[in-house]
Design a protein around this ligand. Structure first.
Ligand SMILES: [Zn+2]
Ligand SMILES: [Zn+2]
Length: 430
Protein backbone atom coordinates (compact mmCIF):
# COMPACT_ATOMS: atom_id res chain seq x y z
CA UNK A 1 0.00 0.00 0.00
CA UNK A 2 2.74 2.38 1.00
CA UNK A 3 4.57 1.82 -2.26
CA UNK A 4 1.45 2.57 -4.20
CA UNK A 5 0.81 5.70 -2.11
CA UNK A 6 4.41 6.81 -2.62
CA UNK A 7 4.31 6.31 -6.33
CA UNK A 8 0.99 8.17 -6.46
CA UNK A 9 2.54 11.09 -4.59
CA UNK A 10 5.55 11.06 -6.86
CA UNK A 11 3.29 11.07 -9.90
CA UNK A 12 1.27 14.01 -8.57
CA UNK A 13 4.49 15.90 -7.82
CA UNK A 14 5.69 15.40 -11.39
CA UNK A 15 2.31 16.56 -12.74
CA UNK A 16 2.50 19.66 -10.54
CA UNK A 17 6.02 20.52 -11.66
CA UNK A 18 5.12 20.06 -15.33
CA UNK A 19 2.00 22.22 -14.91
CA UNK A 20 3.95 25.02 -13.20
CA UNK A 21 6.60 24.86 -15.91
CA UNK A 22 3.91 25.09 -18.65
CA UNK A 23 2.29 28.07 -16.97
CA UNK A 24 5.70 29.75 -16.62
CA UNK A 25 6.48 29.20 -20.30
CA UNK A 26 3.03 30.49 -21.27
CA UNK A 27 3.27 33.54 -19.01
CA UNK A 28 6.74 34.41 -20.25
CA UNK A 29 5.42 34.82 -23.75
CA UNK A 30 2.59 36.99 -22.56
CA UNK A 31 4.55 39.04 -20.04
CA UNK A 32 7.39 39.96 -22.38
CA UNK A 33 5.06 40.52 -25.31
CA UNK A 34 6.50 37.87 -27.57
CA UNK A 35 3.03 36.32 -27.72
CA UNK A 36 0.07 38.48 -28.55
CA UNK A 37 0.03 42.05 -29.72
CA UNK A 38 2.43 43.87 -27.44
CA UNK A 39 5.62 43.26 -29.39
CA UNK A 40 8.25 45.90 -28.82
CA UNK A 41 9.10 47.69 -32.04
CA UNK A 42 12.69 47.91 -33.14
CA UNK A 43 14.04 51.47 -33.55
CA UNK A 44 13.76 51.06 -37.35
CA UNK A 45 10.12 49.96 -37.08
CA UNK A 46 9.35 52.85 -34.74
CA UNK A 47 10.82 55.30 -37.23
CA UNK A 48 8.78 53.76 -40.05
CA UNK A 49 5.60 53.95 -37.97
CA UNK A 50 6.22 57.62 -37.19
CA UNK A 51 6.14 58.37 -40.93
CA UNK A 52 2.61 56.98 -41.26
CA UNK A 53 -0.01 59.69 -40.91
CA UNK A 54 -2.24 59.62 -37.84
CA UNK A 55 -4.82 56.84 -37.83
CA UNK A 56 -7.83 57.77 -39.93
CA UNK A 57 -11.09 56.01 -40.69
CA UNK A 58 -11.08 53.78 -43.72
CA UNK A 59 -12.97 55.47 -46.49
CA UNK A 60 -14.25 52.27 -48.01
CA UNK A 61 -15.11 49.77 -45.35
CA UNK A 62 -16.49 47.26 -47.83
CA UNK A 63 -19.29 46.45 -45.44
CA UNK A 64 -22.78 47.88 -45.07
CA UNK A 65 -23.87 49.41 -41.78
CA UNK A 66 -27.67 49.81 -41.91
CA UNK A 67 -28.87 53.35 -41.47
CA UNK A 68 -25.58 54.99 -42.39
CA UNK A 69 -25.70 55.32 -46.18
CA UNK A 70 -27.93 57.61 -48.20
CA UNK A 71 -28.87 56.36 -51.65
CA UNK A 72 -28.06 58.33 -54.77
CA UNK A 73 -31.12 59.56 -56.65
CA UNK A 74 -30.79 56.84 -59.26
CA UNK A 75 -29.63 54.07 -56.96
CA UNK A 76 -31.41 50.92 -55.80
CA UNK A 77 -30.39 49.00 -52.69
CA UNK A 78 -31.53 45.41 -52.28
CA UNK A 79 -31.03 43.68 -48.94
CA UNK A 80 -31.44 39.93 -48.50
CA UNK A 81 -33.35 39.45 -45.26
CA UNK A 82 -34.35 35.84 -45.73
CA UNK A 83 -32.58 33.45 -48.08
CA UNK A 84 -33.04 30.02 -46.51
CA UNK A 85 -35.61 27.28 -46.30
CA UNK A 86 -39.10 27.02 -44.79
CA UNK A 87 -37.62 26.27 -41.40
CA UNK A 88 -35.79 29.43 -40.30
CA UNK A 89 -32.43 29.01 -38.59
CA UNK A 90 -30.10 31.51 -36.92
CA UNK A 91 -28.03 31.93 -40.07
CA UNK A 92 -30.89 32.22 -42.54
CA UNK A 93 -34.52 33.23 -42.23
CA UNK A 94 -37.09 32.25 -44.85
CA UNK A 95 -37.77 34.37 -47.92
CA UNK A 96 -37.68 38.15 -47.55
CA UNK A 97 -36.13 40.88 -49.67
CA UNK A 98 -36.01 44.60 -49.00
CA UNK A 99 -35.82 46.93 -51.99
CA UNK A 100 -34.99 50.59 -51.29
CA UNK A 101 -34.95 53.26 -53.97
CA UNK A 102 -33.24 56.62 -54.25
CA UNK A 103 -36.66 58.32 -54.26
CA UNK A 104 -37.22 57.13 -50.68
CA UNK A 105 -39.61 54.29 -51.53
CA UNK A 106 -39.12 50.96 -49.80
CA UNK A 107 -40.72 47.62 -50.58
CA UNK A 108 -40.65 44.20 -48.99
CA UNK A 109 -40.93 41.17 -51.23
CA UNK A 110 -42.15 38.18 -49.21
CA UNK A 111 -42.07 38.15 -45.45
CA UNK A 112 -41.14 34.60 -44.50
CA UNK A 113 -40.61 32.96 -41.15
CA UNK A 114 -37.85 34.48 -39.06
CA UNK A 115 -37.25 37.57 -41.21
CA UNK A 116 -38.80 40.16 -38.91
CA UNK A 117 -35.69 40.50 -36.77
CA UNK A 118 -33.63 41.02 -39.91
CA UNK A 119 -36.04 43.72 -41.05
CA UNK A 120 -35.66 45.36 -37.63
CA UNK A 121 -31.88 45.27 -38.03
CA UNK A 122 -32.21 47.68 -40.96
CA UNK A 123 -33.12 50.44 -38.48
CA UNK A 124 -35.83 51.76 -40.78
CA UNK A 125 -38.87 53.42 -39.15
CA UNK A 126 -41.83 51.09 -39.60
CA UNK A 127 -43.90 53.74 -41.34
CA UNK A 128 -41.52 53.45 -44.29
CA UNK A 129 -42.02 49.69 -44.41
CA UNK A 130 -45.71 49.63 -45.23
CA UNK A 131 -45.64 48.00 -48.67
CA UNK A 132 -45.33 44.21 -48.87
CA UNK A 133 -45.63 42.03 -51.95
CA UNK A 134 -46.28 38.35 -51.26
CA UNK A 135 -45.47 35.87 -54.03
CA UNK A 136 -47.54 33.00 -52.62
CA UNK A 137 -49.06 31.93 -49.35
CA UNK A 138 -46.49 29.40 -48.18
CA UNK A 139 -45.47 30.00 -44.58
CA UNK A 140 -41.85 30.58 -45.62
CA UNK A 141 -43.06 33.54 -47.69
CA UNK A 142 -45.55 35.10 -45.28
CA UNK A 143 -44.90 33.49 -41.88
CA UNK A 144 -43.62 36.66 -40.21
CA UNK A 145 -46.47 38.84 -41.45
CA UNK A 146 -48.42 38.60 -38.16
CA UNK A 147 -45.44 39.61 -36.03
CA UNK A 148 -44.43 42.37 -38.44
CA UNK A 149 -48.02 43.64 -38.61
CA UNK A 150 -48.85 43.59 -34.89
CA UNK A 151 -45.33 43.97 -33.55
CA UNK A 152 -44.81 46.86 -35.93
CA UNK A 153 -47.84 48.60 -34.47
CA UNK A 154 -46.27 48.46 -31.04
CA UNK A 155 -42.98 49.61 -32.59
CA UNK A 156 -44.43 52.95 -33.73
CA UNK A 157 -45.89 52.22 -37.15
CA UNK A 158 -48.82 54.64 -37.51
CA UNK A 159 -49.45 53.98 -41.19
CA UNK A 160 -51.70 51.17 -42.43
CA UNK A 161 -49.90 48.12 -43.74
CA UNK A 162 -50.45 47.64 -47.47
CA UNK A 163 -50.16 44.12 -48.82
CA UNK A 164 -50.31 42.88 -52.39
CA UNK A 165 -50.80 39.18 -53.04
CA UNK A 166 -52.26 36.85 -55.65
CA UNK A 167 -55.70 35.34 -55.95
CA UNK A 168 -56.04 31.57 -55.87
CA UNK A 169 -58.04 29.17 -58.01
CA UNK A 170 -60.95 29.82 -55.63
CA UNK A 171 -61.49 32.71 -53.17
CA UNK A 172 -60.45 30.63 -50.14
CA UNK A 173 -57.00 30.14 -51.65
CA UNK A 174 -56.49 33.84 -52.20
CA UNK A 175 -54.51 36.45 -50.26
CA UNK A 176 -57.60 38.41 -49.20
CA UNK A 177 -59.19 35.40 -47.54
CA UNK A 178 -55.92 34.44 -45.81
CA UNK A 179 -55.47 37.91 -44.36
CA UNK A 180 -59.13 38.19 -43.31
CA UNK A 181 -58.56 35.02 -41.32
CA UNK A 182 -55.28 36.36 -39.95
CA UNK A 183 -57.15 39.33 -38.52
CA UNK A 184 -59.70 37.00 -36.97
CA UNK A 185 -56.98 34.73 -35.62
CA UNK A 186 -55.39 37.63 -33.79
CA UNK A 187 -58.66 39.00 -32.36
CA UNK A 188 -57.36 38.62 -28.80
CA UNK A 189 -54.07 40.35 -29.57
CA UNK A 190 -55.86 43.23 -31.28
CA UNK A 191 -58.39 43.52 -28.44
CA UNK A 192 -55.67 43.83 -25.77
CA UNK A 193 -54.33 46.90 -27.50
CA UNK A 194 -57.70 48.54 -28.07
CA UNK A 195 -57.82 51.96 -26.44
CA UNK A 196 -54.27 51.52 -25.12
CA UNK A 197 -51.95 52.14 -28.06
CA UNK A 198 -52.31 54.16 -31.24
CA UNK A 199 -53.66 51.46 -33.54
CA UNK A 200 -53.62 53.28 -36.89
CA UNK A 201 -50.78 51.04 -38.02
CA UNK A 202 -52.87 47.96 -37.33
CA UNK A 203 -55.07 48.60 -40.34
CA UNK A 204 -54.48 46.21 -43.23
CA UNK A 205 -55.03 47.33 -46.80
CA UNK A 206 -55.02 44.21 -48.93
CA UNK A 207 -54.82 44.31 -52.72
CA UNK A 208 -55.49 40.91 -54.25
CA UNK A 209 -54.64 40.68 -57.92
CA UNK A 210 -55.26 37.82 -60.40
CA UNK A 211 -52.57 35.16 -60.15
CA UNK A 212 -52.75 34.59 -63.88
CA UNK A 213 -52.04 38.15 -64.99
CA UNK A 214 -49.09 38.17 -67.36
CA UNK A 215 -46.86 41.18 -66.84
CA UNK A 216 -49.87 43.06 -65.46
CA UNK A 217 -49.21 46.24 -63.51
CA UNK A 218 -50.23 45.74 -59.88
CA UNK A 219 -48.56 48.87 -58.49
CA UNK A 220 -47.76 52.19 -60.12
CA UNK A 221 -46.81 55.13 -57.95
CA UNK A 222 -44.03 57.70 -57.62
CA UNK A 223 -42.31 56.43 -60.76
CA UNK A 224 -42.23 52.83 -59.53
CA UNK A 225 -44.04 50.11 -61.45
CA UNK A 226 -44.47 46.57 -60.13
CA UNK A 227 -45.82 43.87 -62.39
CA UNK A 228 -46.69 40.26 -61.72
CA UNK A 229 -46.24 37.17 -63.83
CA UNK A 230 -47.55 33.69 -63.02
CA UNK A 231 -45.22 31.32 -61.19
CA UNK A 232 -45.49 27.54 -61.22
CA UNK A 233 -45.28 26.29 -57.67
CA UNK A 234 -47.64 24.28 -55.50
CA UNK A 235 -51.07 25.36 -56.71
CA UNK A 236 -52.55 28.10 -58.82
CA UNK A 237 -51.90 31.30 -56.90
CA UNK A 238 -48.13 31.72 -57.03
CA UNK A 239 -46.55 34.69 -58.79
CA UNK A 240 -43.21 36.36 -59.45
CA UNK A 241 -42.64 40.12 -59.49
CA UNK A 242 -40.85 42.64 -61.68
CA UNK A 243 -40.10 46.10 -60.29
CA UNK A 244 -39.03 48.90 -62.63
CA UNK A 245 -37.87 52.36 -61.67
CA UNK A 246 -35.70 54.92 -63.44
CA UNK A 247 -34.59 52.40 -66.03
CA UNK A 248 -33.55 49.83 -63.43
CA UNK A 249 -35.27 46.46 -63.43
CA UNK A 250 -35.43 43.98 -60.57
CA UNK A 251 -37.00 40.56 -60.97
CA UNK A 252 -37.96 38.43 -57.98
CA UNK A 253 -39.19 34.89 -58.48
CA UNK A 254 -40.50 34.11 -55.01
CA UNK A 255 -40.87 30.35 -55.72
CA UNK A 256 -41.24 28.87 -59.17
CA UNK A 257 -39.90 26.27 -61.50
CA UNK A 258 -38.50 27.62 -64.76
CA UNK A 259 -41.30 29.00 -66.88
CA UNK A 260 -41.86 30.87 -70.12
CA UNK A 261 -43.26 34.00 -68.46
CA UNK A 262 -40.14 34.53 -66.40
CA UNK A 263 -37.90 33.99 -69.41
CA UNK A 264 -39.92 36.35 -71.57
CA UNK A 265 -40.41 39.20 -69.11
CA UNK A 266 -37.26 39.33 -66.98
CA UNK A 267 -34.74 39.38 -69.82
CA UNK A 268 -31.90 41.77 -69.22
CA UNK A 269 -32.94 42.61 -65.66
CA UNK A 270 -30.34 44.53 -63.69
CA UNK A 271 -30.75 42.16 -60.78
CA UNK A 272 -32.58 38.88 -61.10
CA UNK A 273 -33.36 37.10 -57.84
CA UNK A 274 -34.56 33.58 -58.46
CA UNK A 275 -34.93 30.56 -56.25
CA UNK A 276 -32.06 28.08 -56.51
CA UNK A 277 -32.97 25.06 -54.43
CA UNK A 278 -30.65 22.49 -52.95
CA UNK A 279 -29.86 19.80 -55.53
CA UNK A 280 -31.67 16.47 -54.99
CA UNK A 281 -28.35 14.88 -53.96
CA UNK A 282 -28.12 17.16 -50.93
CA UNK A 283 -31.85 16.94 -50.19
CA UNK A 284 -31.28 13.21 -49.71
CA UNK A 285 -28.02 13.34 -47.78
CA UNK A 286 -28.51 16.50 -45.70
CA UNK A 287 -32.26 16.75 -45.34
CA UNK A 288 -33.21 13.08 -45.22
CA UNK A 289 -35.54 13.15 -48.21
CA UNK A 290 -36.36 9.93 -50.05
CA UNK A 291 -34.85 10.02 -53.57
CA UNK A 292 -38.23 10.39 -55.29
CA UNK A 293 -39.23 13.12 -52.85
CA UNK A 294 -35.94 14.94 -53.52
CA UNK A 295 -36.43 14.74 -57.27
CA UNK A 296 -40.02 15.93 -57.22
CA UNK A 297 -39.49 18.73 -54.69
CA UNK A 298 -36.07 19.69 -56.05
CA UNK A 299 -36.89 19.89 -59.75
CA UNK A 300 -40.68 19.82 -60.27
CA UNK A 301 -41.78 22.06 -57.40
CA UNK A 302 -38.60 24.09 -57.05
CA UNK A 303 -35.70 25.07 -59.28
CA UNK A 304 -32.51 23.03 -58.99
CA UNK A 305 -29.14 24.77 -59.43
CA UNK A 306 -28.77 23.48 -63.01
CA UNK A 307 -32.28 24.73 -63.87
CA UNK A 308 -31.51 28.07 -62.22
CA UNK A 309 -28.36 28.38 -64.30
CA UNK A 310 -30.29 27.62 -67.49
CA UNK A 311 -32.87 30.29 -66.69
CA UNK A 312 -30.14 32.85 -66.09
CA UNK A 313 -28.33 31.87 -69.28
CA UNK A 314 -31.59 32.47 -71.17
CA UNK A 315 -32.36 35.82 -69.54
CA UNK A 316 -28.85 37.25 -69.08
CA UNK A 317 -29.37 39.61 -66.13
CA UNK A 318 -26.57 41.96 -65.11
CA UNK A 319 -26.45 39.98 -61.86
CA UNK A 320 -28.06 36.62 -61.13
CA UNK A 321 -28.88 36.01 -57.48
CA UNK A 322 -29.74 32.51 -56.27
CA UNK A 323 -31.50 31.98 -52.95
CA UNK A 324 -33.72 29.52 -51.08
CA UNK A 325 -31.16 27.00 -49.89
CA UNK A 326 -29.15 26.47 -46.73
CA UNK A 327 -25.96 28.14 -47.87
CA UNK A 328 -23.04 26.57 -45.99
CA UNK A 329 -19.42 25.65 -46.55
CA UNK A 330 -20.47 22.12 -47.46
CA UNK A 331 -23.43 22.97 -49.71
CA UNK A 332 -22.37 26.12 -51.57
CA UNK A 333 -19.57 24.46 -53.58
CA UNK A 334 -21.93 21.82 -54.97
CA UNK A 335 -24.68 24.34 -55.70
CA UNK A 336 -22.21 26.68 -57.43
CA UNK A 337 -20.64 23.86 -59.46
CA UNK A 338 -24.06 22.76 -60.66
CA UNK A 339 -25.11 26.33 -61.56
CA UNK A 340 -21.89 26.67 -63.53
CA UNK A 341 -22.83 23.71 -65.70
CA UNK A 342 -25.46 25.88 -67.35
CA UNK A 343 -24.53 29.53 -66.62
CA UNK A 344 -21.25 31.41 -66.70
CA UNK A 345 -22.45 34.97 -66.05
CA UNK A 346 -22.29 37.18 -62.93
CA UNK A 347 -23.61 35.29 -59.92
CA UNK A 348 -24.25 35.74 -56.21
CA UNK A 349 -25.51 32.91 -54.02
CA UNK A 350 -27.33 34.85 -51.36
CA UNK A 351 -26.97 34.81 -47.62
CA UNK A 352 -29.00 36.81 -45.16
CA UNK A 353 -27.76 40.40 -44.89
CA UNK A 354 -26.14 40.40 -48.30
CA UNK A 355 -26.57 43.88 -49.79
CA UNK A 356 -26.69 44.88 -53.46
CA UNK A 357 -26.27 48.50 -54.54
CA UNK A 358 -27.52 48.76 -58.09
CA UNK A 359 -26.98 51.68 -60.48
CA UNK A 360 -26.70 51.86 -64.24
CA UNK A 361 -22.92 51.79 -63.93
CA UNK A 362 -22.27 49.34 -61.16
CA UNK A 363 -23.63 46.57 -58.98
CA UNK A 364 -21.86 46.33 -55.69
CA UNK A 365 -22.28 43.30 -53.41
CA UNK A 366 -21.40 43.44 -49.73
CA UNK A 367 -22.40 41.94 -46.43
CA UNK A 368 -23.98 43.98 -43.61
CA UNK A 369 -22.66 44.50 -40.11
CA UNK A 370 -25.65 44.19 -37.82
CA UNK A 371 -26.32 45.81 -34.48
CA UNK A 372 -28.13 43.11 -32.53
CA UNK A 373 -29.29 45.52 -29.85
CA UNK A 374 -31.46 47.47 -32.26
CA UNK A 375 -34.47 49.42 -30.94
CA UNK A 376 -37.46 50.66 -32.90
CA UNK A 377 -37.19 54.09 -34.43
CA UNK A 378 -39.39 56.82 -32.93
CA UNK A 379 -42.80 57.39 -34.51
CA UNK A 380 -42.74 59.60 -37.58
CA UNK A 381 -46.16 61.06 -36.83
CA UNK A 382 -47.57 62.44 -33.60
CA UNK A 383 -49.06 59.56 -31.63
CA UNK A 384 -52.62 59.68 -30.35
CA UNK A 385 -52.85 59.30 -26.58
CA UNK A 386 -54.62 56.22 -25.17
CA UNK A 387 -58.42 56.33 -25.06
CA UNK A 388 -59.28 54.00 -22.22
CA UNK A 389 -63.01 54.30 -22.95
CA UNK A 390 -62.25 52.04 -25.92
CA UNK A 391 -60.36 49.49 -23.86
CA UNK A 392 -62.08 46.13 -23.56
CA UNK A 393 -62.75 45.46 -19.86
CA UNK A 394 -61.63 42.36 -18.02
CA UNK A 395 -64.00 40.47 -15.75
CA UNK A 396 -64.54 41.04 -12.05
CA UNK A 397 -63.17 37.55 -11.55
CA UNK A 398 -59.79 38.41 -13.09
CA UNK A 399 -59.73 41.78 -11.36
CA UNK A 400 -60.37 40.08 -8.02
CA UNK A 401 -56.98 38.38 -8.23
CA UNK A 402 -54.93 41.51 -8.88
CA UNK A 403 -52.41 42.70 -6.32
CA UNK A 404 -52.23 46.47 -6.76
CA UNK A 405 -49.12 46.80 -4.54
CA UNK A 406 -49.75 50.55 -4.03
CA UNK A 407 -46.58 50.95 -1.95
CA UNK A 408 -44.58 49.74 -4.96
CA UNK A 409 -46.60 51.06 -7.89
CA UNK A 410 -47.50 54.39 -6.26
CA UNK A 411 -43.90 55.68 -6.28
CA UNK A 412 -43.51 54.57 -9.92
CA UNK A 413 -46.55 56.67 -10.86
CA UNK A 414 -45.27 59.54 -8.68
CA UNK A 415 -41.93 59.45 -10.47
CA UNK A 416 -43.50 59.73 -13.92
CA UNK A 417 -46.14 62.28 -12.83
CA UNK A 418 -43.42 64.47 -11.34
CA UNK A 419 -41.18 64.20 -14.36
CA UNK A 420 -43.88 64.90 -16.96
CA UNK A 421 -46.27 67.11 -14.97
CA UNK A 422 -49.10 64.59 -15.13
CA UNK A 423 -51.48 63.16 -12.57
CA UNK A 424 -52.07 59.55 -13.54
CA UNK A 425 -53.40 56.97 -11.09
CA UNK A 426 -52.94 53.19 -11.29
CA UNK A 427 -55.93 51.08 -12.33
CA UNK A 428 -55.38 48.48 -9.65
CA UNK A 429 -55.60 50.25 -6.31
CA UNK A 430 -55.38 47.58 -3.64
ZN1 LIG B 1 -43.24 28.02 -51.70
ZN1 LIG C 1 -40.30 28.96 -50.53
Amino acid sequence: MRNIANSKLAFLAIVAVVAVAMVAVYMKGHLDGSVGKILKLTPEAQAAKAKISPVKALEDRDVYYPGTEALARNEMRVVALGTGMPSARPKQAAACWLVELGNGDKFLFDIGSGCHERIAAQKIPYDFLNKIFIGHLHVDHMGDLPTFWLGGTVMNRLTPLRIWGPSGSTPEYGTKHALDLMEKMYAWDIATRSGVIDARGMKLEVSEFPFNGINEVIYNDNGVVVRSIPAIHGLDGAVSFILEWKGLKLAYSSDTIPNKWWVEHTKGADISIHECFLPPTLLVTKQGFAPIEALVVGTQGHTSPEQFGKVMAMTKPRLAVGYHFYNDFDTEPEVRTRVRKTYDGPLALALDYMVFNVTKDDIRVRMSAIDEAVWPSPALKKKNPPDFTKAIPISDFTKSGAMGLPEIVGPIYDEINKKYGTNYKPAFKE
